[in-house]
Design a protein around this ligand. Structure first.
Ligand code: HEC
Ligand code: HEC
Ligand code: HEC
Ligand code: HEC
Ligand code: HEC
Ligand code: HEC
Ligand code: HEC
Ligand code: HEC
Ligand code: HEC
Length: 398
């Protein structure tokens, strides 16, 4: 026995240690277990301060699937964020973490980690969460492109500040200005193009009236911009601002751009399609075929403005490849109502018909009416004469 003890001393020591640690662990968890079973009272939760006691340290990283994950949280930014201000605690979102050590991370990469954690947002923002389910981004993820945006790509939960006015619910101007930068994390080429456009330049100057990415695409439920229904809805989209009298008056821009477009041979068809067959393809131009979409420029832009025939011709040629002379563009009235100054020929031809047609039709009508009248008189006169003649005859017979 003694020998056995002697021989197994080290083994026993190890077992003793293991047992001791186990006992200690059981003791440590004892007061916690019954509480965890019931809904946790507020006071028992680890406080934000206790989490931040470690996580405020600069340069902290964890390993997730072999990739480094920075885990420093700036307390100042957190407490200034909308969640900090609203007193949402770390553990309201990190529901699986109750202290240290933390439960093992199951994610196999940093991206996987984000994809595992973002659904926690739906606990409090179900409306936005449900909208995203049908968006191009979720569809891309479903199709295997895990780089498509989820909540936390556009909203850092630890630093996100308020986006909308607490009382009116309106998007704040300081939030609006930076929206394109949010998208630029992944759509940088489009962002660079947009920045140079008439809309993008104005936005960076603080203009609140121009469209950002989300005015044209939506935000949580972004539809496929390459679909037929999206294309057919473009005139209505641009017109939502460009027919607004008070808005456009500020910039001296014409508001008849939609009515003149719809009145022309191209627009009439697109409008009809939009109303009756939103999903059918149209081969007629919409606003963006002439103006571009991310690269919309002033029409009098010195290099590429489409008020100049040579620049406009290139747009027509996309669909009218045989059009080779700049004068081809004259076949279209642009957004102008013809007048003695602009398109005088069309104006006077229109005017001529406006006078000529009523004159001809009026003359014809007058002629027909007088003719009917004359015939009526004649017939009446004829009948009267016949009756008189008959009575006369009768009289003579008697
Ligand atoms: C004793 C220091 C310490 C405390 C206290 C602490 N953490 Fe951590 N935390 C770490 C370290 C170290 C890591 C790196 C991964 C690891 O070792 O588990 C980490 C990792 C994390 C991670 C990243 C991935 C993961 O789940 O491991 C999250 C999220 C996290 N902590 C949240 C919290 C929250 C929330 C609290 C407060 C309830 C908290 N931490 C308290 C030290 C701490
Ligand atoms: C509104 C919900 C929410 C709150 C509040 C919150 N977190 Fe997070 N946290 C998340 C989500 C979601 C992620 C995953 C982010 C991602 O995609 O990388 C995360 C990630 C982390 C990480 C991993 C590093 C990173 O940024 O991805 C740490 C560490 C962390 N949180 C600590 C904390 C601490 C500490 C607090 C409190 C001071 C806190 N969190 C408060 C939702 C929250
Ligand atoms: C425990 C509840 C809770 C969770 C979970 C939560 N939030 Fe919030 N969040 C709030 C509250 C409360 C507000 C303030 C809302 C208000 O006043 O309309 C808010 C505000 C916001 C705002 C600003 C809204 C605005 O109108 O300005 C954004 C953006 C946001 N949260 C994103 C997220 C994201 C992303 C996640 C997931 C990582 C998340 N939240 C998780 C409670 C939560
Ligand atoms: C592609 C980027 C992007 C993604 C992904 C995204 N958001 Fe947003 N979110 C925005 C922008 C930009 C705004 C501000 C525009 C606005 O309020 O209309 C916003 C606004 C909000 C608001 C303020 C209220 C509102 O509806 O306008 C909340 C809350 C919010 N998001 C939560 C979420 C949640 C939760 C998710 C994930 C389910 C999410 N967002 C996904 C970009 C995004
Ligand atoms: C985290 C990266 C990321 C962010 C941030 C992001 N996107 Fe995306 N987006 C993607 C990916 C990836 C796709 C899928 C690309 C594909 O399928 O070709 C995509 C697809 C799209 C599409 C559809 C493209 C197509 O050809 O059908 C639109 C539109 C779009 N995003 C708009 C936006 C807008 C607007 C924002 C900002 C509010 C934004 N995205 C923010 C990654 C992102
Ligand atoms: C004035 C309206 C408008 C604005 C502003 C706008 N877009 Fe677009 N976007 C469109 C239209 C229209 C299309 C579809 C064009 C087509 O394919 O016919 C499109 C297409 C896209 C596509 C898919 C096709 C492609 O070119 O890859 C993505 C992604 C996209 N936009 C992202 C963005 C982002 C990010 C921003 C902000 C930086 C933005 N858009 C700003 C109108 C707009
Ligand atoms: C077939 C090509 C074409 C189509 C389609 C088209 N435009 Fe134009 N647009 C032009 C040309 C060319 C000009 C420049 C006219 C000029 O000043 O000579 C112009 C001018 C404009 C202007 C500047 C007006 C001003 O007061 O200076 C706006 C705004 C505009 N268009 C918006 C639209 C909108 C919105 C649509 C769709 C409803 C649309 N355009 C459809 C070719 C087109
Ligand atoms: C959210 C409102 C809004 C939407 C949507 C919008 N625009 Fe604009 N657009 C403006 C404003 C405001 C200006 C004037 C900017 C300035 O002059 O600084 C402008 C300027 C323009 C100009 C320059 C006119 C000139 O020559 O000075 C053109 C062309 C134009 N927009 C075309 C379009 C087209 C095409 C669409 C649709 C794809 C569109 N816009 C959608 C608000 C809008
Ligand atoms: C997106 C394609 C597209 C663009 C861009 C376009 N058109 Fe057209 N256009 C059409 C289609 C389709 C028809 C109908 C053709 C038909 O029914 O034979 C048409 C018809 C016409 C007609 C009527 C005569 C005919 O051939 O039937 C004229 C004139 C015309 N376009 C001029 C222009 C001018 C000028 C421009 C440039 C400012 C232009 N188009 C740009 C697609 C386009």
């Amino acid at each position: 026995m003694r020998n056995w003890l002697k021989a197994n001393r080290s083994k026993l020591g190890l077992t003793g240690l293991v047992l001791g640690v186990l006992l200690l662990l059981i003791i440590m968890t004892l007061p916690v277990t019954p509480v965890a079973a019931a809904p946790r009272p507020q006071a028992e939760q680890p406080t934000d301060e206790s989490c931040l006691a470690c996580h405020h340290q600069e340069g902290m990283t964890a390993q997730v699937g072999g990739q480094p994950l920075p885990i420093t949280i700036d307390p100042e930014k957190f407490f200034a964020s909308v969640h900090g201000v609203e007193e949402i605690a770390c553990v309201d979102c990190h529901t699986n973490i109750t202290g240290f050590p933390h439960p093992a991370v199951t994610a196999s990469s940093r991206r996987d980690f984000s994809l595992e954690l973002y659904p926690t947002c739906q606990e409090c923002h179900l409306e936005q969460y449900e909208k995203t389910l049908d968006s191009v981004h979720q569809r891309a993820i479903a199709a295997g492109n895990t780089n498509a945006a989820v909540c936390t790509d556009c909203h850092n939960p630890h630093t996100q500040t308020r986006l909308t006015d607490e009382n009116t619910g309106e998007l704040l101007q300081e939030a609006r200005v930076v929206i394109p930068q949010t998208c630029a994390q992944c759509h940088s080429t489009i962002y660079e193009t947009y920045r140079e456009s008439v809309h993008g330049v104005a936005l960076e100057d603080g203009n609140p009236d121009v469209p950002t990415c989300i005015d044209c695409h939506g935000v949580h439920s972004i539809p496929d911009p390459t679909s037929n229904s999206f294309r057919n809805s473009i005139p209505a989209l641009c017109a939502s601002c460009h027919t607004d009298e008070t808005l456009m008056a500020k910039y001296g821009l014409s508001t008849n751009v939609l009515s003149t477009y719809v009145a022309d041979f191209h627009g009439t068809t697109v409008k009809m399609f939009e109303e009756n067959y939103p999903d059918q393809p149209t081969n007629k131009p919409v606003c963006t075929d002439c103006h571009g979409f991310h690269d919309v420029l002033r029409v009098d832009h010195p290099d590429a403005g489409i008020a100049y025939k040579k620049n406009l011709l290139g747009k027509c040629q996309q669909c009218h490849p045989d059009a080779t002379t700049a004068s081809f563009t004259d076949s279209w009235l642009s957004h102008y109502e013809p007048s003695p100054q602009v398109f005088p020929l069309v104006y006077f031809v229109n005017l001529f018909y406006k006078i000529f047609i009523p004159a001809v039709l009026g003359g014809m009508t007058l002629f027909v009416l007088t003719d009917i009248y004359r015939r009526f008189i004649v017939r009446r006169a004829g009948t009267k004469a016949a009756v008189e003649a008959e009575t006369k005859e009768e009289e003579t017979n008697e």
